[in-house]
Structures are given as C-alpha cells and as structure tokens.
Design a protein. Structure first.
Length: 92
C-alpha cells in the first residue's frame, strides 16, 4: 500500500480526500499509479498533462516516472508556472 498525500490548496480543491491509501502490486511508476486509480486520475489528469505536479517519494524529489512500492509515502503538490520556474526547461 502506498500512502498518497495531496498537498496545497489547488489540489485540495479538486480531490475528495487529501490522504489516500492505494494498493500496488510491486514497483509501479507514479504516472501509472495515478492513471490506475480513478479517484486520483479524475482530479490530477489536467496537471499531469501540463506537467504541473511536483512529487516526492519518501522525502526524495521524484518525477512521474519515479517508481513507488509497498510502504512508500508519495506527496503530490501543484506547481503553477512550471516553465517559468525552470523545472520543465532543464536540458537532458
């Protein structure tokens, strides 16, 4: 089970529960976890598409491609103006 914490006023206006426990079967990418859970998907889909989510897994900064497993804590926050902050413009 992964504990999902939705942080910040923007996300809390969209989600029904600020704290969710989501069952996972083995390591799963955060994006797949969101897409596989209707309650999360309905609320977070617009932010996923625009790349406006900041995620941490067990207090370490991650991305939607980061893996979570049973026992992890996932914190999700909204980042407005992601391209202005430079986080989406980092060359790889």
């Amino acid at each position: 089970m992964v504990k999902v914490l939705n942080l910040g006023p923007t996300l809390l206006q969209r989600v029904t529960e600020p704290e969710l426990d989501v069952e996972v079967e083995g390591p799963t990418a955060i994006k797949m976890l969101i897409e596989g859970n209707a309650e999360l998907m309905d609320a977070l889909a617009p932010f996923v598409v625009r790349g406006e989510l900041l995620v941490t897994v067990n207090r370490k900064v991650g991305s939607l491609d980061s893996m979570v497993k049973d026992g992890d804590t996932l914190k999700i926050a909204h980042q407005s103006r992601a391209s202005y902050d430079g986080t989406t413009d980092i060359p790889t």
